[in-house]
Design a protein around this ligand. Structure first.
Ligand code: ZN
Length: 153
């Protein structure tokens, strides 16, 4: 128990709690975002088993080798799964209704062995649908540089 709290008392905090974070994405994600700034989609590749990771990973989940190779992937990929979001988490940590539902797709980029979750433009999706990545190097926040996907045709 902290100072000023009696035994049997339950400490309480008002919600929502809005902590301010300042964090590093690490060397691997830095390299990934540097690629996006140049309009390139970079994936890390395991020199041990040749598995290609997008988003990039530092250590291979299969053989625990350091993924020190980088490959540039083409802009095309395939929708492996998707969901439709009707709300988002707002600036105050509360759910906010979206003006229009958004499709969030799990996309396997051509040449990658893993999937990335991102917004899919166009309002509809299907498993197996071919898509193209949308990169916005000018995005206000680096996390939005991978702006999402759009239908390939
Ligand atoms: Zn490996």
């Amino acid at each position: 128990m902290g100072p000023g709290i009696e035994v049997g008392q339950v400490p309480r905090a008002a919600l929502p709690i809005n902590p301010a974070f300042q964090w590093s994405v690490g060397n691997w994600m830095d390299h990934f975002y540097d690629g996006l700034k140049e309009g390139k989609l970079l994936a890390s590749k395991c020199p041990g088993c040749a598995r290609v990771y997008l988003p990039p990973r530092m250590i291979c989940e299969r053989c625990f080798t350091k993924c020190e190779e980088w490959v540039e992937l083409p802009e095309t990929g395939t929708v492996e799964s998707y969901t439709v979001a009707h709300v988002k988490v707002g600036a105050n940590g509360e759910f906010e209704e979206l003006p229009q539902p958004e499709v969030i797709a799990l996309v396997k980029q051509d040449g990658a062995d893993t999937c990335v979750a991102a917004r899919l433009q166009g309002g509809s999706a299907s498993v197996g649908m071919k898509v193209k990545v949308v990169i916005d190097p000018e995005a206000e926040s680096f996390v939005n540089m991978l702006a999402g996907y759009r239908p390939a045709e």
